[in-house]
Design a protein around this ligand. Structure first.
Ligand code: NAP
Length: 317
């Protein structure tokens, strides 16, 4: 019996993940948790999804809930709740209200689903991963954030388009912050097992432009359609299905570091891990060149600073 809870279920990401997971036909029950004010809306989403699932002959139980008791028995709880970013808001401005939501929900998860894996999506996700970890008191292997897995998928697409090669052949990874301080690991990227630099098309690759396009991917989508939807939601489904099915894939998630990667500690950042049904099985050793290492340290400094500032603010209140 696999039960998943999605918190913030009326939102763009929450409902798209719910439908994507239901369609996969491997999850038995999905709790679509929302604030009471969104309960009716979530019920409507579920009725609509059932119609679509009937067309595919899929039986997946979807339940709208605003009752924390319904979290019981969930193997994974996804937090996608967050206030929308308004113009002029800084990263920290957004982090303050979102951290309060993440704190409250993590507290409730620890009470009602103490054996679950918490998956954080709320931005700024690396900071929120530390907040959820500290509030829940869970083992760090059971608190992970989505960010760089999505960035890695985006990089894979960009490389596939430049090299005109099936994206399945491209093995690449973005680590660090899910934000401006992301670190694309081009030095170890391979196509069909062969280093990127060995391909003749590498000569025409404008790396700074590629990195800029990658970093702007989310904003570019938001400026055109108002929100990111399918990309994050399908990336989240990858993580959830890997955990639920215990497939032990290597995926890049935000995790609280204690010196495992380049001695970086007391900050959550994206690094490659083996995911299993208990969450993180272990962090996978990384190879970086000097430039990538410097960028990784920059990411650590930036995210750590925001996390400390936020914790100071929260402790004052
Ligand atoms: P959205 O459509 O605005 O939905 C957010 C949901 O959060 C709302 O539907 C609501 O859910 C809940 N919410 C809003 N204000 C709240 C409050 N004051 N208290 C409690 N819950 C509140 O946003 P979205 O596009 O789904 O994005 C959700 C979050 O994911 C954002 O923080 C976004 O930045 C982040 N994100 C992260 C990534 C990543 O890679 N990490 C990618 C995309 C988006 P209910 O009313 O149903 O409870």
């Amino acid at each position: 019996m696999v039960k998943i809870t999605i918190m913030g279920a009326s939102g763009t990401i929450g409902k798209t993940v719910a439908f994507n997971l239901a369609e996969k036909d491997v999850i038995d029950e999905i709790i679509m948790f929302s604030r009471p004010s969104s309960h009716e809306r979530v019920k409507g989403e579920i009725l609509d999804m059932y119609d679509a699932l009937a067309a595919e002959d899929i039986d997946c139980e979807l339940k709208a809930s605003s009752d924390y008791a319904d979290l019981a028995g969930s193997s994974i709880v996804l937090i996608t709740s967050g206030v929308p970013r308004k113009e002029g808001m800084s990263r920290l401005d957004l982090a303050v209200p979102n951290s309060k939501i993440v704190q409250e929900y993590s507290k409730q998860i620890a009470i009602h689903a103490p054996d679950s894996v918490i998956l954080i999506v709320t931005n700024p996700v690396d900071v929120m991963t530390s907040i959820a970890l500290k509030t829940s008191g869970f083992d760090k292997k059971r608190v992970i954030g989505l960010g760089n897995h999505l960035d890695s998928l985006r990089l894979k697409t960009l490389l596939s388009q430049h090299f005109h090669i099936n994206s399945r052949e491209i093995h690449t990874r973005v680590i660090g912050e899910h934000g401006d301080h992301m670190v694309p690991l081009l030095s170890s990227t391979t196509i069909g097992g062969i280093l990127l630099k060995s391909f003749v098309e590498y000569m025409d690759l404008d790396v700074p432009k590629l990195v800029e396009t990658l970093k702007n991917s989310g904003n570019n989508i938001i400026s055109k359609k108002g929100a990111t939807e399918y990309g994050p939601s399908y990336a989240i489904s990858n993580l959830i299905l890997t955990i639920a099915n215990d497939t032990r894939k290597i995926l890049t998630v935000s995790t609280y570091l204690e010196g495992e990667v380049e001695g970086v500690y007391d900050v959550s950042l994206g690094v490659p891990v083996i995911l299993c049904k208990h969450g993180i099985k272990r962090i996978v050793p990384l190879k970086m060149n000097d430039e990538e290492r410097t960028e990784f340290f920059d990411a650590a400094r930036t995210v750590k600073k925001t996390t400390y500032e936020l914790e100071k603010m929260l402790n004052k209140e």
